[in-house]
Design a protein around this ligand. Structure first.
Ligand code: HEC
Length: 107
């Protein structure tokens, strides 16, 4: 017969695993603004949004209030065909967080 202690251990392991998975799915990577500035220029964001995100032809994105997940969604699939879609192969999730940190640091 399986002891209740073993069952309890299995239960705890599954519960902890579920919580860890749920938390990691919701959390956002920590962004580095200095790296973000490099990616921002490398991917030519400045061509449309300006060097600091507010002097280009595209919308003002300097000092952006957007959260990580909304921001990532907009990069992966823009609202209009004017802005290119940036797949994960082009801009990794970490680089997305870096670019966001850079934009948030602007005025
Ligand atoms: C070819 C021009 C162009 C390039 C290059 C471009 N964008 Fe955009 N971007 C736009 C336009 C136009 C919009 C508004 C329409 C839309 O969301 O598709 C926009 C919208 C956005 C928005 C949403 C702004 C808001 O307030 O809703 C974000 C964020 C953004 N761009 C970030 C970036 C980043 C980061 C890059 C570089 C990885 C980039 N864009 C490259 C033209 C561009």
């Amino acid at each position: 017969m399986i002891s209740t202690a073993i069952l309890r251990n299995i239960y705890i392991t599954v519960m902890v695993g579920t919580i860890v998975l749920a938390v990691s799915a919701c959390s956002s990577p920590e962004g580095n603004a200095a790296d973000g500035q490099r990616w921002y220029r490398m991917h030519n964001c400045h061509a449309c949004h300006g060097e600091t995100g507010d002097d280009g032809r595209g919308p003002k994105i300097g000092g952006l209030k957007m959260g990580y997940h909304s921001f990532k969604k907009r990069l992966r699939k823009a609202k209009t065909p004017i802005m290119p879609a940036y797949s994960e192969e082009r801009i990794s999730d970490q680089d997305v967080a870096d670019i966001l940190a850079f934009l948030k640091a602007q005025q």
